[in-house]
Design a protein around this ligand. Structure first.
Ligand code: NAI
Length: 328
């Protein structure tokens, strides 16, 4: 199959070279992110490969459809950047990679939690300017805490297992309970989880139903001094409500690998430009907030998986007309 791969990072190149040969595709790689502005480049290709920060909106999908592109394969798990209705309407079959190494994000969620619990970011900033003092760096241990997991699917479950050695009490909420997770956690309603958890770790996809699930109303239900860890999607949090919570002390710490308006900011170097998003700039100023550039997934293992499995998805379409990871 002839594939145009957008948004290809240097670290993906060797996997594209290896797996396009192994699986049997002809792939052209581009650095630019996909969107309506450059969808026309896909003329003559059967498929377009994208990443989670590309803009596969209705306009872009309509354009590639008119060019005869039949498949849209994202190398990410997240699909909230793809207008699925438009894909159906314009007969472009879309697929994702839901099952790449869940350990990448799970281990990252543990690292982010510990970073906030022990004020590591502050300590590193201080040592950088030769301040070796301890004032304000006192942390807390997990064994006395309750960790609440929202979303207990692949990444949620792997995170729960990774946390299981710390001795914390673990509870969870999901639309569907996971039998394996029950070995480690007790399920709660969402409101019960908000009330009981000292640390809340988000592992659910972004949907219409949970947009801004971390909002003023729900923050008010949480324990004073709650720590929120978001390695899932930025729009699960209302940034203004979170900032209010941080200012009042209701939220004692936040680690977020994602941000609602991250597209165009994360994964780019802004050293010489202003961050125009006031909420992001404010979040970055809090000493008890860790902002990372959506790189929970970013391990050698996961990146290779993402390229390989997305190319395999397209091979499955080519051979059988079906793909188990088709987004329906
Ligand atoms: P999954 O599909 O295996 O699990 C998601 C779980 O969330 C499912 O059990 C589902 O029932 C549950 N869920 C759906 N809506 C919910 C709601 N409103 N409330 C509570 N639970 C709900 O997906 P997986 O692989 O575990 O990924 C989870 C999310 O992690 C992805 O959707 C993505 O947003 C995020 N992610 C972040 C990455 C990063 O680099 N930071 C990388 C990969 C994924």
């Amino acid at each position: 199959m002839k594939i145009l791969a957008y948004c290809v990072r240097p670290d993906e190149l060797s996997s594209f070279e290896k797996y396009s040969k192994q699986i049997g595709h002809e792939v052209t790689v581009l650095k630019e992110s996909f969107g309506p502005q450059n969808a026309h480049l896909a003329e003559g290709y059967d498929a377009v490969s994208i990443l989670g920060n590309c803009n596969a909106n209705k306009e872009a999908i309509e354009k590639i459809s008119k060019l005869g592109v039949k498949y849209l394969a994202t190398r990410s798990a997240g699909i909230n950047n793809i207008d699925i209705e438009a894909a159906k309407k314009f007969d472009v079959r879309a697929c994702n990679v839901p099952a790449y190494s869940p350990n990448a994000v799970a281990e990252f969620a543990v690292a982010s939690t510990l970073c906030v619990a022990r004020n590591l970011q502050q300590a590193i900033r201080r040592v950088d300017v030769q301040n070796f003092g301890l004032a304000g760096l006192i942390g807390f241990e997990l064994r006395n805490k309750t960790i609440g997991f929202i979303g207990t699917g692949r990444i949620g479950l792997t995170t729960i297992k990774a946390f299981s050695g710390f001795g914390a009490k673990m509870i969870g909420y999901d639309l569907y309970q996971n039998e394996e997770a029950k070995k480690y956690i007790e399920y709660r309603t969402l409101d019960e989880l908000f009330k009981e958890a000292d640390i809340i770790s988000l592992h659910c996809p972004l949907t219409d139903d949970n947009y801004h699930i971390i909002n003023r109303e729900n923050i008010a239900k949480m324990r004073d001094g709650v720590v929120i860890v978001n390695t899932a999607r930025g729009a699960l949090m209302d940034a203004e409500a979170v900032i209010e919570g941080l200012k009042s002390g209701k939220i004692a710490g936040l680690a977020t690998d994602v941000y609602e308006n991250e597209v165009g900011i994360f994964h780019n170097d802004h050293t010489n430009s202003l961050i125009k998003d006031d909420n992001l700039a404010r979040l970055m100023q809090f000493p008890n907030v860790l902002v990372t550039p959506h790189f929970g997934f970013y391990t050698d293992e996961a990146v290779a998986n993402m390229v390989e499995y997305s190319l395999q998805n397209l091979k499955d379409f080519e051979i059988s007309g079906q793909c188990k990871n088709e987004i329906k």
